[in-house]
Design a protein around this ligand. Structure first.
Ligand SMILES: [Zn+2]
Length: 208
């Protein structure tokens, strides 16, 4: 397959990992070609010739989170630190695919935690979001998985995750008003049990 691909596509293959690319891409491309036929298209016309391969590649990239592990992502960036106040990263860009329609949902994640002797490099939090967002998802589970992963690795006093997202499966199909945003939250430890901490976090998360 790789001979017919554009340069951008080859870069995608590098990021997916060549094993996965070799195993699944050709078969996936065949399915996409069949899908085009069933939709009434002609997969042999000029504009669609490379589409099956591109779709296969892009789907593979968009779901590469299955090959990744949050523990490994954070592993080399954990530091002992006795900081005891809330650490928060707001407005983390998020792109995922809903598992019901395989259409994108996108928005922002806000993550906070209160350390318990250990902190993680701040740049890792967006990467943890990607590990779980780059799978077929529902927003509720995505929110929980991010909170859970941070709990497991950091054992913090508490964790809070808020995700606000727009779902194309609702917007494009006219199921809901175009601008409605879905908001989910996952609270663990002191973020769940201590009203003061919870309020502080939710206030910070909801006022940008
Ligand atoms: Zn959907």
């Amino acid at each position: 397959m790789s001979s017919t691909l554009d340069r951008d596509d080859r870069e995608l293959i590098d990021e997916i990992g060549i094993d996965r690319a070799n195993d699944a891409l050709d078969e996936l491309a065949e399915l996409v070609k069949r899908q085009l036929e069933l939709l009434g298209e002609d997969p042999e016309r000029q504009g669609l010739l490379k589409t099956p391969q591109r779709v296969a590649l892009s789907l593979s990239w968009l779901t590469r989170g299955y090959e990744q592990d949050a523990r490994q992502v954070m592993g080399d960036a954990l530091f002992d630190e006795c900081h005891e106040n809330m650490v928060m990263v707001r407005d983390i860009e998020l792109y995922s695919l809903c598992e019901h329609h395989m259409l994108p949902f996108y928005g922002k994640a806000h993550i906070a935690y209160i350390p318990n002797g250990r902190i993680v490099g701040l740049s890792k939090l967006p990467r943890i979001v990607d590990v779980f967002a780059q799978r077929l998802q529902v927003q509720e589970r995505l929110t929980d998985q991010i909170a859970e992963a941070i709990c497991e690795v950091l054992h913090p006093r508490g964790v809070g995750v808020v995700i606000e997202a727009y779902h194309l499966c609702m917007m494009m199909r006219g199921v809901q008003k175009q601008n409605s945003k879905t908001i989910t939250s996952a609270l663990r430890g002191s973020f769940r049990d201590d009203p003061k901490t919870r309020d502080e976090f939710l206030r910070l998360a909801h006022t940008g």
